[in-house]
Design a protein around this ligand. Structure first.
Ligand SMILES: [Zn+2]
Length: 725
């Protein structure tokens, strides 16, 4: 569907620094449609809602183009608990279909296909209006989704209740022709202290007899109509002909200005980059259950996220970019999903680069490379073309992170001009219809003025990423050119080789540096570099502009390496005070729920097995202080009661630590320590530990991150020290 949602389920519990998880945006599955083949269906829809009784009453006058009257019947989907009261065909009454056979169908079975036989027409192309009146209750209360909380939002197929109204494409709250674009004129009536928001633009509204009646026009063809209603406080502001609005609960209404300002900042940036914004309004709407939904012309964010204020810049930017990609240019999910990767690239990554935040842009590229390496296992991964929607961490690593990096590499391959021309051409060609990967190949090849088939073949159709090494480095002084040297070497690449431009960075004597790109397309490729001074080190792609496949010991130690290891051992203390036990309680519950974790209880643990270890509580502190991890990283110094990292000392009872070290003997495994100088320091971190999986060390003071960073990987084969000849 042109309906993209962003799972923010767990955010209510998250401190701002841990918000990377919000970058994971989920797109719901949809099926193809031939958008240009026919005019859209037009609904003249009148809806009455009664939140206290979960009731909905609807009258829909449907202008039905010829192709939706196949075999002289009309076939659509309606929520099984909605009863059809009246059917008319061009004003003539038709028999009312029987109610659903089992009206108490369990969710998610909200699909009920209704077939209405239609009388013959005098002329087959004669205009047809099908009228349906219906009523019923929609009461699927949002439930916290199990398992991967940050991958999926709360679960509901639609809800009308005193806490809020949420009606979406999965609800079938009006007669729905699936895989079809529709336009709407909507009249919505609800109690006068409620406000509704949907797609399109709001017209006049009136209040009579304690009911508010509002008119909405949705002239842009859309795959599905989503409607939210609540006791909103509404703020509106006009910007460049676009109606900006916030629909917030009274408690959060004071945050309206910052959401409006942030919306303007993003809209300015992305209209400059992509062209005119495709809708006439953009609204930030607070939801009564955790969600992050990007809908045509509005975004629905859970209260927990909204309440934090505008602390998570990526989620709003991501949903705004979906206005173009996903909600205007549609994606044919059956043929792959480029929407999430491109949206992630342009929002979660490119915004930082474009606004000059190069350190954050680097962090994001590195994080994307690591996420692909850890969560898309070489023996399980699939090609980008095989990604449809996200259910697992691996889907996220491929469909969001790898795909975003593929767009980054495409941009480097074609140059900025051709790349962004291609992106804009996608919008010009694709608005109101569907693009698939093959269309992108054609569009970007045109923009670049050359065939990019090989690029799409290796990055979209093929799984994996190149594994490269440098070997046989030789350096000799150039005779006759004092100080100048010639360096030769060989790039080795695992078969089958990728065609890449490999960035290499050299440090030279005298504080000089040399950056260059090596064209590599074979498994063994000699190279020659002429340098103005003797080199001391050579590093492969130190800025992470390429997606490379690393061995595990080439990645820095971090909690996510424990989480993704094939063998995981948890060491918990044998003896603890009651306070210590309580401080670890939520973490231990969470760990109990994980499968495949071997648990050992030990006060003085020994690290001996070929596995990654997570050591928690007082045992972790004792093990670190015992001295066997003295060589964890040269940046860290451990003394009883005090840890110094990068020359900063951390002591005092409010401190807690999450530190990952290489396994002392087996570098492909890690040992992660979690402990504090007091139980009070541990408690606030304990329940959130797994949101801190991407750093080698984190120091928390009263639960807040005060220091974080990466240690060196054990095998830094991508950075070679060159001996002087
Ligand atoms: Zn998304």
């Amino acid at each position: 569907m042109g309906f993209v949602h962003h799972a923010l389920t767990s955010l209510m519990a998250l401190p701002p620094l841990a918000l990377w998880m919000t970058l994971l945006c989920v797109a719901t599955t949809a099926s193809p449609l031939e958008a240009n083949a026919s005019p859209p269906i037009h609904h003249q829809l009148h809806i009455e809602l009664d939140p206290d009784t979960h009731a909905i009453t609807g009258i829909d006058n449907i202008q039905l183009p010829q192709r939706y009257r196949a075999d002289s019947s009309a076939s659509f989907v309606l929520h099984p608990q909605l009863t059809i009261d009246r059917v008319e065909f061009n004003g003539q009454s038709l028999p009312v279909p029987a109610p659903a056979a089992t009206p108490t169908l369990q969710p998610p079975s909200t699909r009920r296909v209704v077939d209405i036989p239609l009388p013959p027409l005098e002329q087959p192309d004669q205009p047809v209006v099908l009228t349906l009146a219906y009523h019923g209750l929609i009461d699927d209360s949002p439930k916290a989704s199990g398992g991967l909380r940050f991958v999926r939002p709360d679960d509901t197929n639609g809800h009308i209740g005193p806490h809020g109204v949420y009606l979406t494409f999965e609800t079938f709250w009006y007669p729905t022709w699936e895989q079809t674009l529709s336009t709407f004129d909507l009249t919505i009536s609800l109690p006068s202290d409620w406000e509704a928001i949907t797609q399109g633009r709001e017209g006049p509204h009136t209040i009579t007899d304690g009911r508010r009646t509002a008119q909405w026009t949705i002239p842009v063809p859309s795959e599905a109509l989503t409607l939210a209603a609540n006791h909103f406080t509404v703020h509106k502001q006009e910007w460049n002909g676009i109606q900006l609005a916030t629909y917030l609960f009274p408690e959060e209404a004071h945050l309206a200005p910052q959401y409006l300002e942030a919306s303007i900042r993003y809209l300015q940036r992305y209209t400059d980059l992509l062209g005119p914004y495709p809708f006439t309004k953009f609204a930030v709407v607070e939801n009564f259950f955790p969600s992050g939904l990007g809908l045509p012309s509005f975004t629905l964010l859970g209260q927990g996220v909204v309440r934090r204020g505008y602390t998570q810049p990526y989620s709003l930017g991501h949903e705004i970019v979906h206005s173009w990609f996903g909600n205007s240019v549609f994606n044919d999910f059956a043929k792959g999903n480029w929407v999430e990767g491109l949206t992630t690239y342009l929002s979660n990554y490119y915004y930082d680069e474009a606004t000059g935040n190069q350190q954050e842009a680097f962090n994001t590229r590195r994080r994307m490379v690591y996420e692909y390496n850890l969560y898309a296992m070489p023996d399980k991964e699939y090609p980008v073309r095989g990604f449809h929607h996200k259910e697992t961490r691996m889907d996220n690593a491929i469909g969001y992170q790898k795909t975003a990096l593929v767009f980054h590499m495409l941009r480097q391959e074609t140059g900025d001009g051709a790349f962004f021309n291609g992106v804009r051409r996608m919008i010009q060609e694709g608005t109101g219809t569907y693009l698939e990967w093959n269309d992108l190949l054609r569009i970007f090849s045109n923009a670049a003025g050359r065939d990019l088939g090989w690029f799409f073949q290796q990055w979209i159709d093929r799984s994996g990423a190149p594994t490269v090494h440098i070997q046989n480095i030789m350096v000799r002084e150039d005779p006759g050119q004092r100080g100048h040297v010639t360096m030769t070497g060989t790039i080795l690449q695992t078969e089958p080789a990728f065609k890449i431009q490999l960035p290499v960075h050299l440090d030279l004597h005298g504080g000089l540096t040399h950056d260059t790109l090596l064209n590599v397309d074979r498994s063994t490729q000699p190279f020659t570099l002429h340098l103005p001074a003797m080199p001391t080190t050579i590093a492969i792609d130190p800025k992470h502009d390429l997606l490379l496949r690393f061995q595990r010991d080439q990645l820095p130690p971090m909690l996510n390496r424990w989480e993704t290891d094939t063998r995981r051992i948890l060491i918990r203390p044998q003896t603890m005070t009651q306070d210590e036990e309580q401080s670890l309680e939520t973490l231990l519950q969470r760990l109990d729920g994980q499968t495949g974790v071997e648990t050992i209880q030990a006060d003085n643990p020994v690290i001996s097995e070929p596995a990654s270890y997570l050591v928690i509580g007082p045992s972790a502190r004792r093990l670190l202080e015992s001295g066997s991890f003295k060589n964890c990283d040269k940046a860290m110094d451990i003394q009883p009661g005090q840890i110094s990292i990068r020359e900063q000392a951390f002591e005092g009872p409010e401190m807690a630590f999450l530190i990952s070290c290489p396994h002392p003997r087996m570098a492909e495994h890690t040992v992660t320590f979690f402990f504090g100088w007091s139980p009070e320091a541990v408690t606030p971190v304990s329940r959130l530990l797994f949101f801190y999986g991407w750093d080698s060390y984190l120091v928390f003071k009263q639960g807040k991150v005060i220091a974080r960073g990466m240690f060196q990987p054990v095998d830094s084969a991508n950075k070679l020290f060159i001996p002087t000849p």
